[in-house]
Design a binder for this molecule. Structure first.
Ligand code: KIV
Length: 263
């Protein structure tokens, strides 16, 4: 696969070519996903839940992200690799710079951080050092106690306007991509249209430029309550390879997510 970079993703946004992304945490899955044509992999701090068995992303450390980023990069040398800066690892500028350099040196192309207005100065500083930053708003799992649980965000007009305002502020500060998590599809449509950078959704309907799923959800190996916005692509497709190819195809064609997967 040809190397994917930020210009590739920006071109897809400009041309309205939808694209799929997935989380991965190790060499073998990263290689398999990349071989099926996945252009973007996220080493998400969701690994705290899916890999380490915690009930939130909060215990994840910078060292954990470095370790998994190195493994994923070895498996998928040509994908565009985004890695999360974990909980409270980017509150101060010097701390954010130090932790970002560790993660970029581990093989990430871009770092992702959760939050709005409070991150403006951090984004400006990282961007001034030519670091690619991805924002993440809507449901932000690192703030799970503050949000009182995993709930859809932006349901009323006031909250929706706050999310739109945050998206615009983050773009102005210099983010080059934005993740919208668990917000109504109508709201993500407005944000995707207003922003000139690529917008990726999870539980945000199918108007976004790209979609991302946690690999365990996509493969149907997350035990417990089925999340409305996910889909088990493995059950109908016989192999993990075919499940990934179908996911990529359905996102490109706008088949996934459908209305039943949206809020
Ligand atoms: O950590 C993660 O996997 C994420 C995705 C849900 C976008 O942030």
């Amino acid at each position: 696969m040809e190397s994917i970079n930020i210009s590739t993703l920006q071109n897809w946004k400009n041309k309205k070519n939808k694209f799929a992304a997935i989380t991965a945490y190790d060499f073998s899955f990263a290689k398999l996903f990349s071989n099926q044509g996945i252009p973007i992999i996220l080493v998400g701090d969701s690994l705290g839940m899916t890999f380490q068995g915690h009930d939130s992303t909060i215990p994840v450390t910078v060292q954990n992200i470095e370790y998994h980023t190195k493994a994923v990069r070895k498996g998928a040398p040509n994908v565009f690799l985004i890695s999360d800066l974990p909980f409270m690892s980017y509150c101060q500028i010097n701390q954010a710079l130090k932790n970002t350099s560790k993660i970029i040196q581990s093989g990430a192309n871009m770092i992702k951080i959760e939050g709005g207005k409070n991150l403006i100065h951090i984004i400006r500083e990282l961007s001034s050092h030519s670091i690619l930053v991805c924002g993440h708003i809507g449901l932000t799992p690192q703030h799970i106690d503050y949000l009182s649980g995993y709930k859809i965000q932006g349901r009323n007009e006031k909250d929706a306007n706050k999310i739109i305002e945050e998206a615009l502020l983050l773009e102005d500060a210099g983010i080059k991509m934005l993740v919208l998590e668990c917000i109504p599809a109508k709201l993500s449509k407005i944000i995707t249209e207003k922003l000139s950078i690529p917008v990726i959704g999870i539980g945000a309907g199918n108007y976004t430029d790209g979609q991302i799923l946690v690999m365990q959800d996509l493969l149907g190996i997350t035990e417990g309550k089925k999340l409305k916005f996910t889909k088990n692509f493995l059950s109908q497709n016989g192999s993990i390879q075919n499940a990934i190819k179908t996911y990529i195809y359905e996102v490109k064609k706008g088949i996934f997510p459908n209305e039943k997967n949206s809020f």
